[in-house]
Design a binder for this molecule. Structure first.
Ligand code: UD1
Length: 441
């Protein structure tokens, strides 16, 4: 961690209650306008590890997951595992889950509402016990986020579903394979169906599945456990149910959204970043960063990002399921484009409430017009620091980028969302020279 420079002219411990590691961050203060230089070690993937945590209960014994990101969503999933009767331990980046005893099949409201991925315990509880009780899951306020695809598929697999108020109770005497076609390639539905199918009797065929790299990694994890899954990464996945799975040790893939976040930060602030990754980066991931005009170089497993010039505008980018442009990167890119040398247009096609960030960027001096699911961003020469507020995980990270791009001081409130998906973000940014501090109010 950086030694405590005097942020905003105040010494450390200025009465705002700046936090130690592990304490909930609710506010981030920044002084922006400087290029950043240094190195960051990329975290393991949030969206890959969460379904793996749910999958751990499909077998009996101790599953060990390496490269696990230390983030609030993981801690919430660990809490849910303990409620089910499992023992969990997170040491460094190694998560151990002992699933020998499952003492209950129902998860209560508060814990489930804290993390969207809790819905995945439905598929895995059904596989393990034939019964699952959960309320509708939580997560960020980026859209309605229904789970009708999950439930429709479960019904086809011989599961009785009973919904009372907010509670969903699922039960089956015989979990059966089925032919399922998704109306939309939903990531969560694809994962939940796979979780239910790996121990079902017979064959499950899923058409129009999500093809995200996290799904590919998740299926690799399940195959190592003994599952028979074919076609991960394509639009058609076939699963042959097996009788039993076994515990494994596994290393989670890199977090490509965190990679885009730190890369876009450099695109916006200028500077030079070496991002240390576990794997060599894909063309697709690099393309996302290259569109802003920054220079990229891949050296073995390090990605070097340099930005010397003003951000390049983009003609038109629309979000769509993988391999399209990720919705999770939309607000991050929009933020960087606020200072581009010209006009850019973005279109959001996955979640209906993903423009929360616009009003906050406008407070900093951005010129953005929203029309339906499209935004037009007219690049300005300068952003100016102000008090702003985060509304969701990726939007929160986008506003940290905005604060570091802006001249002067920015205070970001409701910053608690960021820790749901980013490990030690403020420490990492301090280490590359950012004037940033997190605190609790
Ligand atoms: C996952 C990711 C999230 C990412 C999103 C889209 C995790 C933990 N989260 O979320 O970071 O932004 O994919 O890439 O992996 N839908 C329905 N009915 C359903 C399910 C989904 O209508 O039963 C709709 C949603 O409202 C949304 C779209 O399908 O409009 C995509 O949602 P989905 O892919 O399921 O997102 P999540 O799995 O929740």
């Amino acid at each position: 961690m950086n030694p405590g420079y005097a942020l905003f002219g105040l010494p450390n411990g200025n009465g705002m209650g700046f936090v130690e590691r592990g304490v909930r961050v609710t506010v981030i203060e920044m002084e922006g306008g400087c290029p950043l230089h240094g190195e960051i070690v990329l975290q393991g993937s949030k969206n890959a590890v969460l379904p793996m945590i749910a999958a751990s209960i499909l077998c009996t014994g101790v599953t060990v997951i390496h490269n696990c990101p230390v983030i609030d969503d993981v801690k919430c999933m660990m809490k849910l595992l303990r409620k089910l009767g499992c023992r969990t331990e997170l040491t460094g980046h190694t998560l151990s889950i002992d699933t020998t005893d499952i003492i209950q099949e129902t998860l209560e409201e508060n814990a489930v509402k804290e993390v969207r991925a809790s819905v995945l315990f439905m598929g895995s509880l059904l596989g393990r016990t034939g019964s699952a009780g959960l309320c509708f899951p939580g997560g960020c306020s980026i859209g309605k986020r229904p789970i009708n695809y999950h439930l429709d598929a479960f019904e086809k697999m011989g599961i009785d579903i009973n919904i009372m108020d907010e509670q969903i109770n699922c039960k089956t005497a015989k979990l059966c394979g089925a032919k399922i076609t998704l109306d939309f390639p939903s990531v969560g539905a694809t994962e939940n169906i796979i979780l239910a199918a790996v121990l079902a009797k017979g064959v499950t065929q899923i058409k129009n599945t999500a093809r995200e790299p996290e799904i590919v990694d998740f299926c690799r994890f399940l195959r190592n456990m003994g599952a028979r899954i074919y076609g991960a990464g394509t639009k058609n996945i076939v699963i042959y149910g097996v009788k039993k799975l076994h515990p494994i040790e596994y290393t989670v893939c890199d977090d490509r959204i965190a990679m885009a976040t730190y890369g876009l930060l450099i695109a916006g602030t200028g500077g030079n970043l070496v991002l240390h990754t576990k794997e060599r980066q894909t063309e697709n991931d690099i393309r996302i960063l290259a569109c802003t005009g920054c220079r990229l170089c891949v050296k073995n497993t390090a990605l070097i990002i340099k930005q010397k010039k003003r951000v390049r505008p983009v003609d038109f980018i629309k979000t769509s399921p993988y391999p399209g442009f990720p919705t999770d990167v939309q607000s991050l890119l929009m933020t960087v484009l606020t200072k581009a040398d010209g006009k850019s247009i973005l279109e959001e096609n996955i979640f209906e409430n993903r423009y929360h960030t616009v009003s906050e960027l406008i407070k900093l001096g951005a010129n953005i017009k929203v029309k339906g699911n499209r935004v037009t961003i007219y690049g300005v020469g300068e952003l100016r620091g102000k008090n702003i507020r985060a509304n969701d995980l990726r939007g929160g990270a986008a506003l940290v980028i905005a604060g570091l791009m802006a001249e002067g001081q920015t205070k970001l409130e409701h910053a608690k969302y960021i820790a749901r998906g980013y490990e030690d973000m403020t420490d990492k940014l301090q280490n590359i020279g950012a004037k940033i501090k997190s605190g609790s109010e």
